[in-house]
Every structure is written in C-alpha cells, then in structure tokens.
Ligand binder design. Structure first.
Ligand SMILES: Cc1cc2nc3c(=O)[nH]c(=O)nc-3n(C[C@H](O)[C@H](O)[C@H](O)COP(=O)(O)O)c2cc1C
Length: 306
C-alpha cells in the first residue's frame, strides 16, 4: 500500500486522522477501555456535560427503529465537577485531542462552564445547542439569533477552539451555520439527532419515557449528508460531519460532500471497532485512488453545472 496522509488540521487542532468519536456514544471513554484504542482515533468529543449533575429522562430511553436508534437520554451526566475530577483524567492519558461538549439551561450556565474549562488542558469546547430530547420551550440551535447571541457571548470568554453542534431540526441549516460562523465559531459539527417519537399501539403510550427522542443511525445518513453538503457551500469553516456512518464508504461520502472530519456515534454501539476499520479503509481507498492526502478529498464532489 502506498503511503498516504490522514492527518487533518481543524482550527489549530491536529487530528492524526479524520475519525472522531462523537458525543454521548462511548460513555466517558473508560467504559470502552478494552474495545477502543483512543490513541488511534483523530479526536474524541465527550458526553455533553452540564453545570450540575443531571439525572436525564425517565426510562425507557431507547427504542430501536428501522435502520435507526431513538434515544431519550436527556443529557444525563455527572456534572462538571465530577467530570473534571473523575472522568477527564482518563481521556487525557491519550495523545488524542479531547473536546469537551457542554450544555446549559441558559446562557449564564454555558458561560460558567466555559470559564471552568478555560483552566483545563483540552483541545476545544463543543457547544451542544441542539439536544432534541429535553423539553424546553426553545432549543437555541433552532433559532438564528439565539445561536448568534450565545456563541458571541461564549466567544468573548474563551480562546479555546469553539465547536458548535448544529441541529438538523430546522428548515434551513445553512442559516444557523452562517450565524454560528458570524458569532465566532471555529468548527461546525453536524448533525445532532432528529427529533422523533414512537408509539406503543397496545397501551397507546409513547414508547419513550421522555416522549420525545432523537433519531440516529443509518436511517438519517442521507439527510445528514445533504446538510453537510449544503453547509459546505456557505462556509469555509471546518466541518465534522456525522449521521449514520457505519463504514468507510459512508465516511467517504461525508468527506467528499464537504466534511473535513467525520463523527461516529450510533455505530459504536453496534461495532466498537468501526473507527479502526474506517481508518484502515480510508488508507486503502486513498492508496487505490493514488491520492496522497485525505484533505484533497474534502468537498471534491463533482457536480454537473447545467
Ligand atoms: C445514545 C446517544 C447519546 C447521545 N448523546 C449526545 C450528547 O450528549 N451530546 C451531543 O451533542 N450529541 C449526543 N448524541 C448525538 C451524537 O453525538 C450524534 O451527533 C448523532 O447520534 C448522529 O450520529 P450517528 O447517527 O452516527 O449516531 C447522542 C446520540 C446517541 C445515539
């Protein structure tokens, strides 16, 4: 096999390869100690952390759907204090950039979290503005202005690279992406899960304890891909593209459509070795195509201009 380059640089963060473990899909890392070698992936994005410990939504929290997974975790997490003391040290043992995902009920909570994280040696902060399974009047990432104001306020408080996780539950994702860029985001991460429900026809009750869930997995892939393709056209910011990626081919689709790196979520539950398989697959593909550098593939989609 010819030597190829998988190294990717996004907003000053160097990834050994463009494969990122996505938020919420590999516990806090240690749970997968025997299954995933974190040293070998490009970056990890932690479970979304809130200021206080959060119990999350009532069970059941998972429903399997055709080619997908519906979850209603509701941002269950240990809270920032315990995270820094008990969870982050494990992830920092590796040579892989750690990006910490955060969410708050209001702007002040995001700002407090950012100020706490400024003191940590981490590669970046990802603002989760798009969790679909918490019952709130407004999800920030569904509104251009709210997105702008939150990111602008956070931007003033940190010099760390700022990632923003976009919601697919919008009419036009490019508008939110542009707002995020204008406010000072450094990297766009898309997409989060699609807002969805499921019904038990015997009891006529919602199958999920939290009623609303977020759909992920292969069922969403072509839509997520379309969104990455659309966002690529309106921004030069680096994009981490995710949504239903199972294989190297799926990852390639996202890169060719415009993603600088790809995120793995649901697949980790199905095949924890997926990251390594995709990394090997990318090397083989580049070598077979005679392309030296994976970065050359980003946004290389041939589109007919009629
Ligand atoms: C069980 C589960 C928990 C998740 N938790 C989070 C989270 O805490 N924060 C976040 O930004 N995204 C979270 N996500 C969304 C994923 O990071 C990812 O964006 C989404 O699932 C789409 O990718 P996929 O189809 O490869 O899973 C979660 C997804 C699943 C399935």
């Amino acid at each position: 096999m010819r030597k190829v380059n998988l190294r990717v640089e996004i907003a000053g963060i160097t990834l050994k390869n463009p494969v990122v473990l996505q938020s919420g899909c590999f516990g806090y890392g240690e749970e997968y100690r025997d299954l995933i070698d974190i040293n070998r992936v490009g970056a990890v994005v932690t479970k979304t952390i809130t200021l206080k410990p959060t119990a999350g939504n009532p069970p059941p929290r998972f429903v399997e759907t055709a080619a997908g997974l519906l979850n209603s975790i509701g941002l269950a997490n240990v809270g920032i204090k315990a995270f820094l003391k008990e969870k982050l040290p494990y992830l920092k043992k590796f040579s892989t950039p750690v990006i910490v995902s955060i969410a708050g009920k209001k702007k002040e909570e995001y700002l407090e979290l950012v100020q706490i994280l400024n003191r940590e040696e981490i590669a970046g902060i990802e603002l989760n503005i798009s969790c679909p399974n918490i019952r709130k009047k407004l999800i920030v990432g569904q509104d251009e202005l709210e997105t702008f104001h939150l990111i602008k306020a956070v931007r003033r408080k940190t010099k760390l690279p700022l990632l923003v996780k976009l919601s697919p539950n919008v009419t036009d994702i490019t508008k939110i992406a542009k707002s995020a860029e204008k406010a000072g985001a450094n990297i766009l991460s898309l997409v989060n899960t699609f807002s969805a429900i499921s019904v038990d026809v015997e009891t006529k009750a919602p199958k999920l304890g939290g009623v609303l869930g977020g759909l992920s997995g292969p069922a969403i892939r072509p839509i997520a891909l379309r969104m990455v393709w659309q966002v690529r056209k309106v921004t030069s910011l680096p994009i981490i593209g995710a949504g239903g990626i199972l294989s190297c081919n799926d990852a390639l689709e996202f890169i060719i459509a415009g993603a600088n790196a790809v995120g793995l979520g649901t697949v980790i539950f199905i095949n924890p070795h997926a990251a390594q398989e995709i990394i090997t697959g990318l090397k083989r593909y580049l070598s077979r195509k005679g392309i030296y550098d994976v970065n050359e593939l980003v946004g290389s989609l041939h589109e007919k201009t009629s």
